[in-house]
Structures are given as structure tokens and as C-alpha cells.
Design a protein around this ligand. Sequence first.
Ligand code: B12
Ligand code: SF4
Length: 456
Amino acid sequence: MLKLRLINPNSPLTTITLPDIIQKMTMGRRALFMPVNLAICAAVTPSEYHIEIIDECVLDKPHVPRNDVDVVGMGAMTTQAKRAYALADEYRKLGVKVILGGIHPSALPDEALEHCDTVCMGDAEGTLPYALNDLAAGRPMKQKYNWRDYPSAPIATPRKDLLNPKDYLVFNPIQTTRGCPHSCSFCTTPAIFGRHFRQRSVESIVDEMKEAMETGSRFFIFSDDNFAGNHRWALELCDAITPLKIKWASQCDILISNNEKLLAAMRRSGCQGLILGLESPNPDTLTEARKNYVRAETYPPRIKTIQKHNISLWGAFIFGFDNDDWRNCQATVRFAHRAGLVMSCYPILTPYPGTVLFEEFKKQGRLLTEDWDKYNGATVVFQPKRMTVEQLRYAQMAAFCDFYRPRSAFARLKLWPLKKCSWLANIAIYRGLVYYYHKQRRPIPSFSDFHHKLEE
Ligand code: B12
Ligand code: SF4
């Protein structure tokens, strides 16, 4: 039997994900999410392979490569790329074949090939079996297996049995769809997985959920980019999972507010919350981000429509577009307060390879670094237009601190009806922030500092 080792490389830790902070935020678990990508790779691996999964994010010490396997497969988002390359180099020195896949190697396959034998571009389902079959048959593996060159394969059911549920806060993420019909300039999803929206079979999703329920799971995360990219299909899925009497959360675009029938079905099927990629309440910023499927002015009534169905909303915003100065950033946080969002996040705009934004910034000479460790949403990697690098980073942290401070949480969440999970999450995040600044012996950042300290 051939031996395959699948590795989830550790990623450099950002302000929000230092290990002790992660442990504070995840109630003692070692990582937030289990690596579904590798569980899917395992599911589509031909039967002549023995498979082992190593998640470096949950190890006490970094993984040390050993030549006790025939082939290693690693997946990498951009922040994991450097670590994946370092491990790949070491494995190749030991004579072990290395396959790289995932978002970053799919965006920059030639860069990845400097460190590995083979790159699988796009879905593992449509590439990895071909590479592994070639290896098992003694044929040389190709340098690139591109999912677009092969017949489309259905989204697979991940093999979760190869991971330890106790390591993860979220052990039951389920991906139900892939791709996104929209084309926002900063987003890797349409760039790598296409604008053709693909759905998994409803039956296989229900089966995976039933199996998880046997081990006590009642809360699920659908880890899609856009759960409701196809309203008819989403309705079918909701109807199928309603009898399971579970709770779930996911992320989708705000056009869901157009379909109250679907919203009602989502709530009936256990939907507790949705993450909405709002980016900014400022119309000019949305135009700049090519988020042209919705107008910012319609955000407030759309949000109210969704909340009316008793679905809590988390807002995903981005700071640092050319249109943004610190006042816009503050206005965004105020918007999130007013809208009664139970959670929100404020990553710094990051030009990920493969996106329109990356190409534009590169052409304009505005990329400050191509050190992928820094492409973590907490570091400014390009020259902003209306803020300095320091101001942009400060605005991000002021936004987090402002939004999650207890007074704001009281105003947004109220005490009744009790939103237990949202309260716990708000408290955990604020605890993490206070701990971080206490450890650094620095005061908690605030937008008011811009008036007297930071404004030039
Ligand atoms: C859950 C999630 C997280 C989780 C954990 C992710 C994990 N398990 O490692 C958490 C919350 C920690 C997280 C954090 C971040 N995330 Co995130 N996350 C996601 C999300 C929503 C789902 C990931 C997932 O499970 N997908 C399902 C799997 C099956 O998809 P996949 O990983 O792409 O794998 C498929 C293929 O890529 C390929 N493949 C993958 N690996 C391999 C390996 C081999 C060998 C092969 C052959 C193929 C292969 O096959 C798989 C199956 O088809 C995605 C969006 C998405 N839809 O993917 C964003 C996403 C991956 N995250 C993203 C970002 C930007 C981040 C952050 C930087 C955000 C931030 N600003 O803080 C941080 C990074 C923090 C850090 N410390 O570095 C971006 C990545 C962009 C990029 N170029 O890297 C995504 C794509 C969102 C987006 N649309 O922009 N994230
Ligand atoms: S709607 Fe969301 S997933 Fe789709 S392209 Fe825009 S940011 Fe990406």
C-alpha cells in the first residue's frame, strides 16, 4: 500500500489569532475550524493509499518531516503558503513526492512548483485522484492538474474520522456550495473557483449531518462563501434539513433579503445567524469594490427584513479601500451598531493573488510586500490612499475594540430575548482584546485618538 500524508501547515499568527488568545476565544480548543479541505482530499484518495492527516495548527511543536511516506499533500490559503513551501522543500530533500493544492497554489501555480512536484489547481475532487492514480500506476505525475481540464466532480463528503473532534471549536463545518456568481474585486472565490455556482447533493449533505448527529452534534456551520447563491436550491436544502431539528449558521450575500419565503424556510430549518459580506455602508466604496449587485443605501431595510425572521446578522466589513479615511471607518462601526449586528469584523483590505485587486495594485506599484505571511487581514500590505499604513491598522483595532466593548454589546444584543451564543462570542472577543493590550502594556485603541494623536 502507498502512504499519503496530508498536512495542514500552520499559519503565522496574527493579532487576533495568537495561540493563547485563540485558546481564550475557543474555550480551550486548539483551533477554530477543522481542516475540511484535507478531509475532502482524504475522501477522494484512491483506495490503494493509506492516509494520515496532520494538522500543524493543533500540534505543540512544529511538524518534523520524515521519509516514512510516499507522498505528501498540503493545502494552503495565502497565509499558509510560506510554511507549506518550507515543509515541501524539506520533504523533497528527503525524496518524498509533494503535491500542493488549495487557494494560494491554485492562484500562483508556477511559484508553488518551485517547491513541489505537482500542483492541483481548484477542487481536489477533480484533480487529486488523477495525480494519485498516476503515481500509483508508476506514471510520472504531471506538474499541473487543473480542475478545468477534467470532468466536473461532485463536492465530496469529507472523511472527518481522521481528525480529533476535541481539537476544534467547530468540528462540523459543512461545505454545501462552491463558487460565487458575483465578482467583487478583492475576492478569491470567483477568481479561483469560478462564477459558476455549484451545489452539493442535498442527500449527501443530509447524510453527513445525520452521521454527525449520532455523535451528539446539533449545531452546524455551512462554511460556504455564499450559501444562498441559488435560492431554489437553498430552499430545497432547508426543507430537507427541517425535520432534523438542528441549528445552523452560514454566510451569504444580502440579496437573500429579496426572498422572504426562503428566509422563513431558513429559520424553520434552524438558521440562527448569517454572516453578510457588507464591506462598507458607503456607496462609493462599494462601487470601488465592484460590489455592483447591491446599493449601499438599501442595506438598512434589507438588514431589517432578515432580522424580522429572527435571524441574527454578523457583518463582514473591510477597511482600506481608496475611498476610506478613518472617519469612514468610524462611520462603518457606527452603522454596525445602529443596524443591531450581533457580531462584526473589520479586516484590512488584502490584495490576494489571483484577484483583480492584486493585479491593479501590482500595476500601480502599490504592493508593499509579497511576504505571504503578512497577507492575514491584520497587516497593511499595500500603500493606502487616504490613510497612512499606521492609521489604517489603528482604525482596524479601534473598530474591533469599539464594537465589542460591553456598552455596545448591551445596546446591540439586549438582555431579552437572550442571545446566549452571541453574548458568549462578544464576551470572548472582548476578553481576547483586553488580554492582548494588557499583555502589550498599551491602552485599548479608540477612534477619539485620531483627533489628538494620530491625525496629521
Ligand atoms: C473556515 C474559514 C476559515 C477558518 C479556518 C480555515 C481552515 N480550516 O484552515 C478561519 C476562521 C480560521 C479562517 C481564517 C482566515 N481566513 Co478563512 N475561510 C474560511 C472559509 C469560509 C471556509 C474554508 C473551508 O473550509 N473551505 C472548504 C474547503 C473544502 O475549501 P478549500 O480549502 O478551498 O479546499 C478545496 C480546494 O482549495 C482544494 N484544496 C485545498 N487544499 C488542498 C490540498 C491538496 C493536496 C489538494 C490536492 C487540493 C486542495 O480542494 C478542496 C476541496 O475541493 C473560506 C471560504 C471558502 N469557501 O473556502 C475562507 C477563506 C479560505 N479564508 C480567507 C481568509 C482571507 C482568511 C483570513 C486571512 C481572514 C482574516 N482576515 O483574518 C484568516 C487567516 C488567519 C490566519 N491566521 O492566517 C480567504 C482566503 C484567501 C486567500 N487567498 O488565502 C477565503 C477563501 C475567504 C474569501 N473568499 O476570501 N478562515
Ligand atoms: S459576494 Fe462574497 S463570495 Fe461572492 S465575490 Fe463578492 S465577496 Fe466574494
